[in-house]
Design a protein. Structure first.
Length: 338
């Protein structure tokens, strides 16, 4: 059983707590957030505008958060070095703040007793791992690792299947992404990114993303072969990747679909990559636990070597399940070496 600590109890921190209930070998034992007291943690965990009321029990007593009867120690430290993870029994910590992303900064959790730190965002220097893509590269000597981004989580499994079967020569990705907490409700100042300062509920907003380039970090053979862009749209959750690639091995669109379907049923990718031919729209994927759902009817081919592929993802819940899957994998690898 992996004893898990979470730093930052916002969107992803709460979704990880929900997701962990479905992983029998993962138990959240501690949460740190300096901007939420216990009563607010209970309220935020119990009610969610997108994912609905938590189906189990949530309460606060004796200074702890109880989810489905399981106690979770709560802390309110701003300095990661001051969080007593060891005292709470947490050996793996996920940092969900979006602040401590480098090995040096995320590594401050190690001083509080964490043995491994997973950053829930792309890291400029920590190795990145996505279950179903490259998790076999993890080694317990790595004290700080990254789970990449929600968009890379969607793109990488699909890109891996296509590259393994048909060879991606080059490609462009566009993600049509739901709003996130970093955006403005109404127009407001953003000196660095002017468009990002515009009202999220009123606009389709062009933005940047490093998700496609990050695929090269988890699939080294694709380094420099993919790049991409992003459009933020006024929906609360669920995003979609549009991957347009030139193939080295020509294949019909039906052959590509067959390859993705077969991969989605494989032991390695089952549950992380899903295949669908249903006529679905974005809200149908709210709560989807997969990293990536390939939409066979949404893609199109110009020729046997130039195709557009589409995959959906719940950028909150699907990513959080992927995080828990990585926690589970790290725990198993560490246990095997004891």
């Amino acid at each position: 059983m992996v004893k898990l600590g979470i730093n930052g109890f916002g969107r992803i921190g709460q979704m990880i707590t929900r997701a962990s209930a479905h992983f029998p070998d993962v138990e959240v034992v501690a949460v740190n957030d300096p901007f939420m007291d216990l009563d607010y943690m209970v309220y935020s965990m119990k009610y969610d505008s997108t994912h609905g009321r938590y189906p189990g029990t949530v309460e606060g007593k004796d200074g702890k958060l109880f989810v489905d009867g399981r106690p979770i120690s709560t802390f309110a430290e701003k300095d990661p070095k001051s969080i007593p993870w060891r005292d709470a029994g947490a050996t793996i910590v996920i940092d969900c703040t979006g602040i401590f992303k480098t090995i040096e900064k995320a590594g401050m959790h190690l001083e509080g007793g964490a043995e491994t730190v997973i950053v829930s965002a792309p890291s400029p220097d920590a190795p990145m791992f996505i279950v179903g893509v490259n998790e076999e590269g993890y080694d317990p000597s790595m004290k700080v690792i990254s789970n990449a981004s929600c968009t890379t989580h969607c793109l990488a499994p699909l890109a891996k299947v296509i590259h393994d079967e048909f060879t991606i020569v080059e490609g462009l990705m566009t993600t049509v992404h739901a709003v996130t907490a970093t955006q403005r409700v109404v127009d407001g100042p953003n000196a660095k990114k002017w468009r990002s300062g515009r009202g999220a509920g009123q606009n389709i907003i062009p933005a940047t993303t490093g998700a496609a380039k990050a695929v090269g970090k988890v699939i080294p053979d694709l380094e420099g072969k993919l790049t991409g862009t992003c459009f933020r749209v006024p929906t609360p959750d669920v995003s979609v990747v549009d991957l347009t690639v030139r193939l080295g091995k020509p294949a019909s669109y039906s052959e590509i679909c067959a390859a993705v379907k077969a991969a989605s049923e494989s032991e390695r990718l089952k549950g992380r990559l899903v295949y669908t031919e249903e006529e679905l729209v974005s809200s149908d994927f709210i709560g989807s636990t997969a990293s990536s759902t390939f939409d066979a009817k949404a893609g199109i081919a110009l020729s046997d070597s130039f195709v557009k592929l589409v995959a959906w993802y719940d950028n909150e819940m699907g990513y959080s399940y992927g995080l828990c899957a990585l926690v589970s994998h790290v725990g198993k690898v560490k246990a095997s070496q004891l």
